[in-house]
Design a protein around this ligand. Structure first.
Ligand code: GRF
Length: 228
């Protein structure tokens, strides 16, 4: 069997993406082994799930470090190195990482964001998508760069925005796609199928072809008035 890449998942809360990654990595053929789940909050619900699956966990509380992000990251990296971590997957990790940390983990640090980047970087993406009236929304897995929610895109999934959607409806529709997308994208990275060229990531894996549109274009013959 080929060696699996020792991967840490960083969380701050619920951990549903973490759970999806743990489920995928439960298959010994999956190229990443989840060797650590690390949270910056001891009360993150995802920790219980990880412990229940027998995955090593670590809590490095960020709060006591105040604004000293470097010191917090040094403590976090001590845990990462202690577990022989080679790859880091952010999954709802609510701390902005310093340029130094991002540089040290360059192309070995991946994130999932609930929008079709580069649209809607930052927080409250679903409410902002609804307010903007976009017809397609979704999620993105990307390599991390110093700018928040910036970096080469590994994969995206789109969902329709339906006319009566609430923020919760839309969030749930996107989240279901996150849980499919993240395990696939992490597998490509761990398997060495990602090549970064400038700001673009090329994936040497078979990709689905075709395009998505919402609303689906109707027959070309649809007209609002009879042809003259
Ligand atoms: C997800 O929507 C993810 O895209 C974003 O934070 C949320 C985390 O949810 N980065 P969960 O903790 O994985 O359930």
């Amino acid at each position: 069997m080929t060696r699996r890449v020792r991967t840490a998942i960083l969380i701050s809360g619920r951990g549903s993406n973490m759970a999806a990654l743990l489920a995928a990595a439960g298959d010994t053929g999956y190229p990443a082994e989840i060797a650590l789940v690390l949270s910056n909050r001891g009360d993150a619900a995802g920790l219980e799930h990880a412990r229940g699956r027998g995955v090593p966990t670590s809590v490095v509380e960020s709060r006591p470090f105040g604004r000293d992000r470097e010191a917090f990251e040094r403590a976090m990296e001590a845990a990462l190195h202690g577990h022989g971590i080679e790859l880091v997957a952010l999954a709802g990790f609510m701390r902005v990482l310093t340029e130094g940390f991002v540089a040290r983990w360059r192309d070995r640090l991946v994130n999932i964001h609930p929008s079709l980047l580069p649209a809607f970087r930052g927080l409250d993406t679903h409410a902002r998508a609804l307010a903007a009236g976009v017809k397609l929304h979704g999620c993105t897995v990307h390599l991390v760069r110093p700018g928040v929610d910036e970096g080469p895109i590994l994969a995206q999934a789109a969902v329709p925005v339906l006319p009566d959607d609430t923020e919760a409806d839309l969030a749930a529709r996107v989240l279901a796609e996150e849980h499919r997308l993240y395990p696939a994208a992490l597998a490509w990275l761990a398997a060495g199928l990602v090549r970064v060229e400038g700001e673009r990531a090329r994936i040497a894996a078979p990709a689905a072809s075709g395009a998505l549109a919402n609303p689906l274009p109707g027959p070309a013959s649809v007209r609002t008035s009879a042809p003259g």
